[in-house]
Design a protein. Structure first.
Lengths: 187, 258
């Protein structure tokens, strides 16, 4: 006769092994997704957003070169307006997804181009930190404190996103990459 | 101590497989990249020799203490191998990646808590307290090891840090073996050590078969060379440097606003 403790023990073992297998398989799939394809395919995963809204939010605090604006006409947007222009939490998700693209880019480079290790690692760390800031905004949203946190984190994060898309477009132009027209259209 | 023909076969196969693996590590000069893993394999060779002589010439008690003392050493070396694999993955520039330190602490805490919880649930059927300690200890170790390897996979993917080819192969082998070992040790706990210890011995043979498969896998994978790195086109490198600069400057802006 099997006692209840033994039953609990084996159920716990089964749950443990299923959980371990699930985590391992999901991680392998994600790693494969990060390293598969080529440079252009990785960049192509950049998600599309309303560029004019993003630009409006970003250019409220920075200029086209990325410098902080200190003139009288700067920082006029209110948190509610920024929220609406960004597209709320969905917009923040896009920001996070695009940071994940950067991390995958660093993953790809580290894996295949050892001589670029230093640059790739620095890029990865920066992208991870940006992702962390976006995550804080999402946490604030979940706890109902987004309004106060938004003013602090969202606009600089959107500014970063805007500059990043600008830079990506420039890179596509410089590299004369084949999907430049599509990307321009999307952005 | 009475050993059956099958026991001797496993003993000889294990000894031979470790010697072959050690030769591969030396001939292919992998010991430079994996000194702890090499020490682990070397210790297994020495352990087999020591147990052979103690089994032939010593008392039953001497064999028991030698076996379990070396078993503890083996477990410590396995944990050290885990450390080596973590270090090779999470220290891409020779220092621990700063974004993974907090995750390491959480991982260490949660793995110990889960392993301790499952071990607490185990109620081995054994006559002597030392047998209970041994069964629970090996079970705890197997759960911990499998957690650490899965945690390493998950953490490296989350952080965006790739595995070096041979690190991946060693980790896969040890991780899968640990998962099989969890089942075997759970079986040991349930069936316990009966008067004939037949089921206990059969389960041990299953574990040894899994380990021999794992050693065979290491022999093949560590003999092969890792794929050579590609030369990065200059255009891509300059793109990467520009991207990094943008990320850095934007990050500074976010930090200032904090």
């Amino acid at each position: 006769m099997v006692d209840s403790r033994t039953v609990v023990f084996f159920v716990a073992i089964a749950a443990f092994l299923v959980l371990m297998a699930t985590i391992a398989i999901r991680s392998y799939r994600r790693a494969r997704k990060s390293s598969d394809g080529d440079w252009e395919h990785l960049l192509k995963r950049l998600q599309v957003v309303d560029r004019s809204s993003i630009a409006e939010v970003a250019l409220d605090i920075i200029d086209e070169s990325g410098q902080q604006r200190r003139d009288e006409g700067s920082a006029l947007l209110k948190p509610e307006q920024i929220w609406k222009l960004v597209g709320g939490l969905k917009g923040l998700e896009v920001l996070k997804t695009n940071c994940a693209v950067l991390i995958d880019l660093a993953f790809y480079v580290q894996q295949w181009y050892p001589e670029a290790l230093v640059v790739a690692e620095e890029l990865r760390l920066s992208a991870r930190e940006i992702e962390w800031h976006v995550e804080r905004l999402k946490s604030a949203e979940r706890t109902g404190k987004l309004k106060s946190a938004f003013a602090m984190y969202a606009q600089p994060a959107v500014g970063k996103y805007y500059l990043m898309t600008q830079r990506l477009l420039a890179l596509y132009e410089q590299g004369n990459l084949p999907m430049l027209a599509d990307l321009r259209k999307a952005l | 101590m009475h050993l059956t023909g099958l026991d001797l076969l496993f003993w000889a196969a294990g000894f031979g497989a470790h010697l072959i693996l050690l030769s591969v590590l030396l001939i292919r000069r992998r010991f430079k990249q994996f000194p702890i893993f090499t020490a682990f394999i070397f210790a297994n060779v020495l352990r087999t020799i020591a147990l052979y002589f103690v089994g032939r010439l010593g008392t039953k008690a001497a064999y028991f203490y030698t076996f379990w003392s070396l078993g503890i050493l083996d477990t410590l070396l396995q944990v050290s191998v885990v450390y080596e694999m973590y270090a090779l993955t999470f220290r891409p520039l020779g220092r621990w990646a700063r974004d993974t330190r907090a995750a390491f602490k959480r991982l260490a805490m949660s793995t110990i808590v889960v392993a301790a919880g499952l071990t607490w649930l185990a109620a081995p059927h054994a006559r002597l307290w030392i047998q209970v300690v041994v069964i629970k200890g090996t079970f705890f170790s197997s759960v911990l090891m499998s957690e650490l390897f899965v945690g390493m996979i998950a953490l490296s993917v989350k952080a965006g840090l790739p595995w070096k080819t041979h690190v991946a192969r060693i980790s896969q082998g040890l991780g899968l073996y640990s998962a099989v070992d969890v089942l075997v040790e759970a079986g040991h706990s349930y069936f316990g050590v009966g008067p004939s210890a037949q089921i206990y011995t059969t389960l041990s043979h299953v574990r040894m078969s899994a380990y021999l498969t794992c050693v065979g896998y290491w022999v093949v994978m560590l003999w092969r060379e890792a794929p050579a790195g590609r030369e990065m086109p200059g255009r891509f490198l300059s793109q990467l440097i520009q991207l990094k600069d943008v990320a850095d400057s934007d990050l500074e802006r976010i930090r200032v606003r904090k």
